[in-house]
Design a protein around this ligand. Structure first.
Ligand SMILES: [Mg+2]
Length: 427
């Protein structure tokens, strides 16, 4: 197996050149003050240039789209965020019930005021503004950025409808219409034989050529989980055969010693990536595991800071970055992570918050990001949101799913879903 170091070293120069050639002019911004005794690496300087580059192709939208109202609505068991323009056009993002029940007050108090009465074509500036204004940076965290993501996704749906373009066209241009998917098992604690049978079922159901299973005991490990790990790793490869791409996720279970021990076993059985071997914010431990192995380390689903992603990539810790499209604040911020990753020749395979339309947001991200990796996690419409698309079944066939081609999110709702919804308000 080629070492991670060789891989990163050999691909960086090539993809950095390609990426910079395609860059549009960078937005004017005051230069950062030089700190005495500190100089950022060349790579970090490139990352900083990339995050300043706008993601939305606002030139595709010919006139202003003033945002008149933003509301959170409940329709049956579902929740959605609706953005309405002064011209009466609406954009919708369907929201995870569990999240919205906890964060709606934060959305109304900290997020929506910064987008009201603004031109939606200024989305890149508005994403900066929502973070910097009213001391919102002090609120940075999953709960804040999920709310931003829901507003951003509704704005993108609105802009798509106004410009009659799918979201991927607005965010850099579509590079693919079909996405190869994988399913992830959420199981732990079952017997290895049972888990392998379950994985086979996942593959048969969708025709996927890849699968992911879980290791450890989530943020910890014990004798029972270690025994299961050591039996499961060879059994999965033996049963699924050499042609299946196998991913694993430890959800931060290990310390360095066990992380390396399990990692070496994963290498022996040709595992394609090893996700979160150590706790997500234990950067030094994750680096020690990465340095001790050749298998690509994946991670980033819990990150909320652009700067932390820069640091993780600048230090060669992650070989696949996985911003969560909601936790990290939406598509435009996640695309900036993907662009930084591309500049050093690595993939950005996003983490998908399940529920609601998480699977659809992934499809639009994948439609316009070149370096998504071979397979994307697919969780499907498990909440049975009443949506349909004329151009996509929204279901995988032979391991691939078609990205809707209609404007915005590319889906329509069953009659009454929007009209009968009740607005949620704060006290
Ligand atoms: Mg994970």
């Amino acid at each position: 197996m080629r070492s991670r170091r060789d891989f990163l070293k050999n691909t960086t120069a090539l993809s950095l050149g390609a990426s910079l050639v395609s860059c549009e002019p960078i937005q004017e911004r005051a230069p950062e003050k030089k700190l005495s005794g500190y100089a950022p690496s060349e790579r970090l300087s490139t990352f900083r240039q990339i995050v300043q580059k706008p993601v939305l192709r606002s030139e595709l939208i010919s006139s202003s789209v003033w945002i008149e109202s933003i509301g959170i609505f409940k329709s049956g068991e579902h929740f959605f965020t609706k953005v309405t323009s002064k011209d009466g056009v609406t954009g919708i993002s369907v929201n995870n019930k569990k999240y919205i029940e906890s964060i709606y007050a934060l959305m109304y108090n900290r997020v929506t005021p910064h987008f009201l009465n603004e031109d939606a074509r200024d989305l890149d500036r508005l994403m900066d503004k929502v973070y910097m204004s009213a001391l919102n940076y002090k609120w940075q965290g999953l709960a804040f950025w999920v709310g931003v993501a829901y507003v951003e996704l509704a704005i993108l749906d609105l802009l798509g409808k106004v410009s009659k373009k799918p979201i991927g066209e607005l965010l850099g241009g579509r590079v693919r219409n079909e996405v190869a998917i994988y399913h992830a098992s959420g199981n732990r604690g079952n017997r290895p034989e049972e888990e392998v049978e379950y994985l086979q079922g996942l593959i048969e159901k969708s025709g996927a050529k890849a699968v992911k299973y879980r290791l450890g005991a989530r943020m910890t490990y014990d004798d029972a989980s270690t025994k299961r790990d050591k039996a499961l790793i060879p059994l999965v490869r033996k049963t699924l055969g050499d042609d299946t791409t196998i991913y694993t996720d430890a959800n931060g279970s290990y310390d360095v010693k066990m992380g390396i021990e399990i990692g070496k076993l994963l290498e022996e059985y040709q595992t394609a990536f090893y996700e979160e071997p150590c706790r997500f914010d234990h950067y030094e431990e994750t680096k020690a595991v990465a340095d001790g192995l050749n298998i690509p380390i994946a991670g980033g689903e819990e990150e909320v800071s652009m700067r932390q992603f820069m640091w993780l990539m600048d230090h060669n810790i992650l070989s696949i970055v996985q911003p969560d499209l909601l936790f990290f604040g939406g598509l435009t911020r996640s695309i900036k992570v993907a662009r930084m990753a591309r500049s050093i020749g690595i993939d950005c395979t996003p983490h998908i918050s399940g529920k609601a339309l998480g699977f659809l947001y992934m499809m639009h991200f994948a439609s316009c990001v070149p370096n998504i990796g071979n397979y994307q996690e697919f969780k499907g419409n498990k909440d049975k949101v009443p949506v349909f698309s004329v151009t996509s079944s929204l279901q995988p066939k032979e391991g691939k799913i078609t990205v809707p081609g209609e404007p915005g999110l590319g889906v329509e709702f069953e009659p009454g879903f929007i009209e009968k919804a009740v607005k949620i308000t704060t006290i």
